[in-house]
Design a protein around this ligand. Structure first.
Ligand SMILES: Cc1ncc(COP(=O)(O)O)c(C=O)c1O
Length: 285
């Protein structure tokens, strides 16, 4: 991500970022000398940014739009229709689109549309992906980018003098994942889907209204019913029941009143967490 923004941003140029979104997007734009311009997304719109909302944020300094879907932390998956709106805004204003699709394989009951596959978008898209999520290889840090050659050349320059190369053992692990991992991806997706259904129905039953996430491995419940802010909720839940969730506002101001629950852990642990949250809600709901 940093390589991508650094390769394209001149000092003071703006990058539009729908939020809530992955914590490092904004800081990486800042580190590259750019200015993040955040656009809120809402549960009522399935946390999908609209073309109109993006257009309203465009100024003469805008260089790129940075989207991440399936989304961390909301689990939202951008529909083809919404993506087409963004594509048309990008074409009209001659903008680049950085599309972080690292969760592209983890979608449930919907199809993932690759932004670069939309008409005429290949030449203005920097597609980011990685092995962490599809192959449950978090921590191995093998990612990849697909972009027009001149952008990749600029990224390689920075890569060469900051990172040099991904560690060799991690590259071999990724190769094995590619060669032998396909059936595991399908199995894991089915297992994540099972956990997703458990956590989403469990949270809703507790009175924590939860938008149905269609991708990634996060649920993003509203904690409005408790009357607490998201920081108090997360801290009390951790202290009283030893269940860890992340305050939604860590991912942007529109995450206020929500928390992020990761369901990448075992089914039984999610059951246990829901039981503990039930006790918590009995006291605080
Ligand atoms: C949306 C998103 N993009 C990128 C990453 C980075 O993944 P990695 O550094 O493991 O390749 C993460 C990891 O949490 C993520 O959630």
């Amino acid at each position: 991500m940093y390589l991508a923004v650094n390769a394209i941003i001149n000092p003071g140029e703006e990058v539009i970022i729908p939020e809530p979104s992955f914590v490092s997007y904004g800081p990486e734009v800042v580190m590259a000398g750019g200015v993040p311009v955040y656009v809120p997304t809402y549960a009522e719109n399935d946390f999908q940014v609209t073309g109109e909302e993006v257009r309203q944020a465009i100024t003469e300094k805008t260089k790129a739009i940075l989207i991440g879907y399936p989304n961390n932390p909301t689990g939202a998956v951008m529909s083809r229709e919404r993506l087409a709106e963004i594509a048309s805004a990008a074409a009209e204003h001659d903008l680049l689109v950085i599309s972080d699709e690292i969760y592209d394989r983890l979608v449930y009951g919907v199809e993932h549309t690759c932004f670069a596959s939309l008409p005429a978008m290949r030449e203005r898209t920097i597609l980011l992906g990685g092995f962490s999520k599809s192959y449950a290889m978090t921590g191995w840090r093998i990612g990849y980018a697909c972009a027009p050659p001149e952008i990749l050349a600029a990224m390689r320059k920075i890569h060469q003098y900051t990172i040099m190369s991904a560690p060799t053992p991690a590259q071999y692990a990724a190769l094995t994942a590619l060669d032998e991992g396909e059936t595991y991806v399908a199995d894991m997706r089915a297992e994540y889907d099972r956990r997703r259904q458990l956590i989403v129905s469990g949270l809703n039953e507790l009175g924590l209204t939860t938008f149905e996430p269609r991708g990634a491995f996060y649920a993003f419940p509203s904690i409005a019913a408790t009357g607490m802010d998201e920081h108090t909720f997360a801290e009390k839940l951790l202290e009283e029941e030893r269940v860890a969730v992340i305050p939604g506002s860590a991912f942007g101001p529109s995450g206020a009143g929500f928390v992020r629950c990761a369901y990448a852990t075992a089914y039984e642990k999610i059951e246990e967490a829901l039981e503990r949250m039930y006790r918590f809600m009995q006291r605080h709901g």
